[in-house]
Each structure stands twice: as C-alpha cells, then as structure tokens.
Design a protein around this ligand. Structure first.
Ligand SMILES: [Zn+2]
Length: 197
C-alpha cells in the first residue's frame, strides 16, 4: 500500500499525524486541517475570544457546529402537556446551531455545554489564533457530530416533563463547521470562559 504524503492545503508543507488529534496543524504556516478518511480536508474553523481575568489553565476546546433544520410534525405527550405549555419551556425547533463538543472532555462537563450552548446560542468575538492557551485535541469525526446533534434534540425532548409517546420530526443538516471555545481548567474541573464583551 502506498502511503500518500499529507500536505497543508495552505502552503503545501508536509503534515504529520500525531496523537489522537484529527486536526493537524501545519508547522510552517500554522493552518489547521481536518484529517479524515485518510486525507486532508480544508475545513473552516473559528476561535472564540476568551474571557479576561479568569482563573485556571486556558484551553481551546473544539466543537462541531452543526447547523440544522428541525421540524416537528407531530408530538404526543401523556401527563405533561399542560406543564409543557405553562412553564414557557424553550423549544429546540427551527433552524439553529447545535453545539457538539468534539474533544475528550469528561462528559459531566461536555453534556451540559452542548445543551446550554444549543439552547442559548452565545454571542462570540472571534480571534485569529490560540492566544494564551493550548488547543485541546479533537477526537470526534464530522459524521458522528451530526448524529450527536440529533441525539441532543431527542434527549432534550425526553427531559421535558410528561412522557413522550410519539415524536415525528425531520432533522436536516445544512452545514457543519469547527469552532474552538475557550475553557478554563481548574484542578479537575472545566468551565467555559467565553468573552461576551
Ligand atoms: Zn501550511
């Protein structure tokens, strides 16, 4: 088998695959590319500005941002219909960005992040490099991110009071891109530290 040389889509310098990180950084020009299916993919990525004066170690955590249309055609709930109505429950419907943590951050943190960020879409200031912190390895493939986004919706529906008996919906992915969000590691805890100024 011939092993193809991996090249940076920006400058053509050779890329080395290391660790478990599927995002490879070019040592020459600094561009980051996605390594998938044995080849280099020139994916767009953004980096969000970290909150200033936060304690802990700054780490930029990769997320897959899955933009999707979610249409619910029919839903039957027993028991909780009234409480769903009166508690002004936020709805995960229509077109939105689904946040799916793509790094091996313990699930007790990433689960909450995915849900909170998807429900309350953050305002972000973007920066051009990983200033002041290191980049967490990305382990999740793009295809898995789409499945996780759909699963996030199902988990949300299941957690609303009342027993879900029937859910008929369409989930259509429009685009998938990479976003690095700043987090701070304090002993063994992780907190997101996104700047909203
Ligand atoms: Zn390069």
């Amino acid at each position: 088998m011939l092993l193809k040389e991996l090249k940076c889509p920006g400058c053509g310098a050779p890329l080395k695959s290391k660790e478990r990180d599927i995002m490879l950084k070019c040592d020459h020009c600094g561009r980051i590319s996605l390594f998938a299916d044995g080849k280099i993919n020139d994916v767009g990525y953004s980096i969000a500005s970290p909150a200033k004066e936060h304690s802990g170690e700054l780490i930029y955590v990769p997320f897959w941002i899955v933009n999707a249309d979610l249409n619910v055609h029919k839903e039957s709930i027993s028991g909780g219909k009234i409480s769903r109505f009166i508690t002004d429950q936020r709805q995960m419907r229509g077109t939105r960005d689904f946040y799916v943590c793509a790094s091996a951050i313990p699930e007790e943190f990433s689960r909450e992040w995915n849900m909170d960020l998807t429900l309350d879409q953050p305002k972000l200031n973007l920066i051009s490099d990983f200033k002041g912190g290191k980049r967490a390895v990305m382990t999740m493939r793009k295809e898995i991110a789409g499945e996780n986004a759909e699963f996030l919706f199902l988990r949300y529906e299941a957690e609303i009071p009342g027993t879900l008996q029937k859910l008929d919906y369409d989930f259509r992915i429009n685009s998938t891109k990479v976003l690095y969000l700043p987090a701070y590691k304090i002993s063994d805890k992780y907190v997101l530290g996104v700047s909203n100024e």
